[in-house]
Design a protein around this ligand. Structure first.
Ligand code: 4AZ
Length: 244
């Protein structure tokens, strides 16, 4: 996160660190992406975070990637569901969403605690200009390698028409995407935050409206962060979570 602040432990209880075990390694896992806990056995992340050959795990309830914290829960991924229309193009990724089914007995994968909670799925879009929150361990204005501590920042939802204008992203933007941040730059998500939450609070309920997806660099003027527009995928998510 560019222009963010260190998160208060427990402030983003749906935040997951999605980690992969590099090929050839028998024990080490590396943070690759963020994710969002939406049900005790389900984490949403970005499609571009999925690598088919490596085993994946998810860490919940932690803020520090290099410490083992008493509050954290480490859960293996049982199954990966990548959106069937996920596409990579030179300038953008389309339908950038995947579901991770967590391992665990009888619907009991993550335990809900003070610092591990689910975020809600939105049923409708919010007005342009709504203030929402991003969080993650990705690159910062001072470190390309990311932050070992979870960071967060407030961003504003940007009108699709504005974000599709030629000086911003033009027609590479489609309706599977949503822009948030500031056209003046400075505060933004970045590499390593991918798949993590853009959460907006409404009537004291936290809804995941976006997943960090892509952007032209980070924090640049007229190049806000682009997020997977979760309201476009709620039927897809429900169909997989509630499948017989
Ligand atoms: C990336 O490379 C990336 N500023 C993620 C988010 C943004 C840019 C790049 C948004 O994964």
């Amino acid at each position: 996160v560019y222009g963010g602040m260190k998160s208060i432990p427990g402030a983003h209880p749906w935040q997951a660190s999605v980690q992969i075990r590099p090929k050839g390694s028998t024990w080490s896992y590396q943070h690759t992406c963020g994710g969002v806990l939406i049900k005790p056995c389900w984490v949403l992340t970005a499609g571009h975070c999925i690598s088919s050959s490596n085993s994946m795990r998810v860490v919940l309830g932690g803020v520090d990637l290099v410490k083992v914290e008493p509050s954290e829960q480490v859960v293996e991924v049982e199954r990966v569901i990548l959106h069937e229309n996920y596409r990579e193009a030179p300038w953008a990724v389309y339908n950038d969403i995947a579901l991770l089914k967590l391992k665990g007995p009888a619907g009991h994968c993550a335990n809900e605690t003070k610092v591990v909670k689910t975020a809600c799925l939105p049923s409708s879009a919010l007005p342009d200009g709504t203030q929402c929150t991003i969080s993650g361990w990705g690159s910062t204005e001072t470190s390309d390698f990311g932050s070992s501590k979870l960071l967060d920042a407030k961003v504003l939802l940007i009108a699709q028409s504005r974000c599709k204008s030629p000086e911003v992203y033009g027609d590479v933007l489609d309706d599977s995407m949503l822009c948030a941040g500031y056209l003046k730059g400075g505060v933004d998500s970045c590499q390593g935050d991918s798949g993590g939450p853009l959460v907006c609070e409404k009537d004291e309920v936290h809804y995941v409206h976006g997943l960090v997806s892509w952007g032209d660099s980070c924090g640049k003027k007229n190049k806000p962060g682009v997020y997977t527009r979760v309201t476009k995928f709620t039927d897809w998510i429900d169909s997989h979570i509630n499948a017989a």
